[in-house]
Design a binder for this molecule. Structure first.
Ligand code: C2E
Ligand code: MG
Ligand code: MG
Ligand code: MG
Length: 291
């Protein structure tokens, strides 16, 4: 079973206290140094087919391995990276790294693995974003149709000039667009209809309440059927327990991501996990039968 893969790879994060203005500036300096000193890491969390439990792809998630503080989660430093503009170069590095790692695994395991990379609002403001993505695709040799770019629903069309055109230019390269954290922003149905997207990611706040809150279950169900009516794919994130899994599968959500299957893994652990599945099942993605 795909569930429990990489179970020995739990990460512990340091609790970072509420920071003062001075600590904040110090942290900004440290983040610049971190980028230069290769302290940033890209971890990968599998996304599985809800019917077969095959690994169909993975999301690239950044971490900061601080020499003294240990592993720092993106929830802590991405906001700072966005405020300071550092996210532009960090984001490009994540994209390039994810494309190179993915291409290597596709080749080694002979699988059409998809990779999802998060884009921040600041990256979407870059007039040359499509050139940056094209260059990452060309340099890695990855098939652009296997590259998903995640854009969070909370970004607004008004605050980003030419957002819809930028997204369309990424799709023209062959890349797919996913709307991340779906349901947590305030977009209208008209906005969703006009948004050039291929996939919706149901936010974990709704997934968490499956089996707990019938209203959230209704929202999940309605989101899946709306997505399908609009010819969009659906991924659920934050799938933590069997009950989430069966509900989502039975309501037609095609892909699942969450701790029930696997935590985000360091590249070497991710590759070892694929190798282990290949050894067990004769194909890293495919789960034929348990030995
Ligand atoms: P996200 O893109 O919505 O990513 C999903 C988050 O949910 C990840 O947190 C993932 O580790 C976590 N997660 C996965 N499965 C479960 C589960 O079963 N239960 C729970 N409670 N959580 C689960 P992570 O890695 O801490 O990333 C947090 C956020 O930071 C991401 O949310 C994304 O918005 C941002 N982020 C991460 N990497 C990047 C990046 O390279 N660029 C940008 N711009 N943002 C990034
Ligand atoms: Mg995401
Ligand atoms: Mg998300
Ligand atoms: Mg989220």
């Amino acid at each position: 079973s795909a569930k429990g893969m990489g179970r020995n790879n739990y990460q512990t994060y340091v609790a970072v206290p509420e920071e003062s203005h001075q600590q904040r500036i110090a942290l900004e300096t440290k983040l610049r140094v971190a980028e230069r000193n290769n302290e940033l890491r890209v971890y990968y969390q599998p996304q599985v087919d809800s019917r077969t439990e095959d690994i169909v792809g993975m999301e690239a998630l950044i971490r900061w391995e601080h020499p003294e503080l240990g592993m720092i989660s993106p929830g802590f430093f991405i906001p700072l990276a966005e405020e300071t503009g550092l996210i532009v170069s960090i984001g490009e590095w994540v994209l390039r790294t994810a494309c190179v790692d993915t291409k290597r695994w596709q080749t080694r395991f002979g699988l059409p693995l998809r990779v999802s990379v998060n884009l921040s609002a600041l990256q979407l403001r870059q007039p040359n974003l499509a050139d940056i993505v094209r260059s990452a695709v060309d340099d890695s040799g990855i098939d652009p149709t296997l590259l998903d770019l995640e854009v969070t629903e909370s970004i607004s069309v008004k605050s980003i000039p030419n957002l819809l055109e930028t997204l369309q230019s990424l799709r023209d390269l062959g890349c797919r667009i996913s709307i991340d954290d779906f349901g947590t922003g305030q977009s209208s149905l008209d906005y969703i209809r006009r948004f050039p997207a291929d996939k919706i990611k149901i936010d974990q706040v709704f997934v968490r309440n499956i089996g707990v809150d019938p209203d959230d279950e209704a929202i999940v169900q309605a989101t899946i059927s709306m997505a399908h009516s609009l010819k969009l794919g659906v991924v659920a994130e934050g799938v933590e327990i069997e009950e989430h899994y069966t509900f989502l599968r039975d309501h037609g959500c095609e892909e699942l991501q969450g701790y029930l299957f696997c935590r985000p893994l360091a590249p070497v652990s991710f590759e070892n996990m694929l190798a282990e599945r290949e050894r067990l099942f004769g194909g890293a993605g495919a789960e034929f039968s348990m030995p």
